[in-house]
Design a binder for this molecule. Structure first.
Ligand SMILES: Cc1ncc(COP(=O)(O)O)c(C=O)c1O
Length: 455
């Protein structure tokens, strides 16, 4: 299996040819899911004692399995938060896979860790954090939020212990009522209470609301979380006001910018993020709006030492690493073995420069505003909220969830677009999440037009 021989070289060329073909699509077909029974029948038995041989396995993947996966980088994939990796980042992901780099420690992966840290430092600087800020790329925003909150609780706990005070009966953190589901999940994993503070009528968490929630919470609040771009609407909480409440009360301030914090790169939107420079930790997911492949979340701490104290794993087999004094990425999150998943973004940033990223983000925000204008001009459509970043949410008069579902299925079946319904306050809606610089206004208008088709 590990030998390089005639067969392996032939397979290598076949795999490269497939990768080349996928990269050359413009765009890749949208494709769509198939049932388990369909896949079982078409793919047949793939895992056997003898193996199928690489060519046949590749054929099953390219002919049966790949078409049963939606191309999240299709310009009309507009659901959830899509992905739009640059050509350079996809190419470099191939190199990362071919290179067997261990990204957990400096000893094993110094060159890769150095490059990842260049990216983290760059983004920390964009956010206005001090030069000493640093962190790690983890798998996704869910793990990023969890790791930051674990560090926050550990730091609060250490402070109480050092000052001889009692630990609270229950730890708590405050976030927006519209914060991402991963925060609820983090609270459950950590066995802490989540306090969801009310948002104002435009969906923003404000300093006043956080202060009220804090006053009502009693003791044990170890973190306050602002969302820089909510998932459903792309709303950026009033970060500066919230930061002030957190700082005044000496509570860890975390910014969940998994989707939206990339918006800081556009000079026109930068003002929305004022206050992020006061964060104790932040996350931004390159696989969302920094044009990198799955899966990567940049987790950055103002004072990485606090995270290291919370996360470093200790074991006889690890001592040579933990006692080295080197920068080991594993120490900064709930992870040990890790792929250097920041490298595709590093390569793409190094290739294209930051200005190209600013342009891409800016273009998405402009397109969201343009299509919102079109929606506003149509009497049967209504914007649910004004778009702030690149998410546009709207309803069609008299449509039930069944209508949205039927329309969504039709768009996917004909390979036109992937737009699943969402909802707000129990009312279904349609939602465009735009993170692909190749998404066109014309295509979005065609999708709107398709809402008026019969049947
Ligand atoms: C604001 C926000 N936070 C966290 C997450 C979780 O990120 P991931 O899906 O990468 O775990 C998301 C995902 O959409 C998000 O939008």
């Amino acid at each position: 299996m590990h030998e390089v021989n005639e067969d392996s070289i032939k397979l290598r060329e076949e795999v490269f040819a497939y990768a080349r073909k996928r990269l050359e699509y413009d765009p890749a077909p949208l494709d769509g899911p198939q049932s388990h029974s369909w896949l079982r029948e078409k793919a047949g038995i793939t895992i056997s004692e003898q193996g199928l041989g690489g060519s046949q396995a590749l054929e099953i993947f390219s002919e049966i399995l790949a078409p049963a996966t939606i191309s999240t980088d299709h310009p009309n994939y507009l659901s959830f938060i899509p992905s739009a990796p640059t050509e350079a980042s996809k190419l470099f992901d191939l190199i990362v896979s071919a290179s067997a780099i261990y990204g957990g420690s400096w000893m094993e992966g110094a060159g890769a860790v150095f490059a990842e840290n260049e990216v983290l430092s760059w983004f920390a600087q964009e956010a206005g954090l001090p030069k000493s800020a640093g962190g790690v790329f983890v798998q996704g925003g869910t793990l990023g939020n969890l790791s930051a909150l674990v560090a926050a609780r550990n730091s609060a706990s250490q402070r109480l212990v050092e000052s001889g005070k009692e630990l609270p009966r229950k730890w708590k953190f405050i976030c927006s009522a519209e914060a991402h589901s991963s925060l609820k999940s983090a609270a459950a994993v950590m066995d802490v209470e989540i306090i969801k503070a009310n948002v104002d009528e435009t969906g923003h968490l404000t300093g006043t609301s956080v202060a009220q929630a804090l006053a009502a919470a009693g003791d044990g609040v170890f973190a306050i979380v602002a969302t820089a771009g909510t998932t459903n609407f792309g709303i950026v909480d009033r970060i500066d006001e919230i930061a002030q409440v957190a700082n005044e009360n000496q509570i860890w301030f975390h910014v969940d910018g998994a989707y939206g914090l990339a918006g800081i790169l556009s000079p026109e939107s930068k003002h929305l993020f004022i206050g992020v420079e006061k964060a104790d930790s932040l996350i931004v997911d390159p696989h969302k709006w920094l044009f990198a492949p799955f899966d990567a979340c940049a987790l950055i701490y103002r004072n990485p030492e606090l995270a290291r104290q919370a996360h470093t794993q200790h074991g006889e087999y690890l001592e040579t690493l933990t006692e080295s004094g080197d920068w080991n990425p594993s120490d900064y999150a709930y992870n040990l073995t890790r792929r250097p998943r920041g490298l595709p973004l590093w390569f793409s940033l190094a290739t294209h420069g930051v200005a190209a990223y600013r342009e891409g983000v800016k273009k998405n925000i402009s397109l969201a505003k343009e299509i919102a204008e079109v929606i506003r001009s149509r009497p049967d459509l209504e914007l649910v909220r004004e778009p702030e970043l690149s998410v546009v949410v709207f309803t069609k008069a008299d449509w039930s969830l069944r209508d949205y579902d039927a329309w969504s299925n039709k768009l996917l079946e004909r390979g036109q677009a992937f737009v699943v319904p969402s909802s707000h306050k129990g009312k279904p809606n349609a939602r465009f999440a735009i993170v692909n610089p190749r998404t066109q206004l014309k295509a979005l208008i065609e999708i709107l037009d398709s809402m008026d088709e019969e049947g």
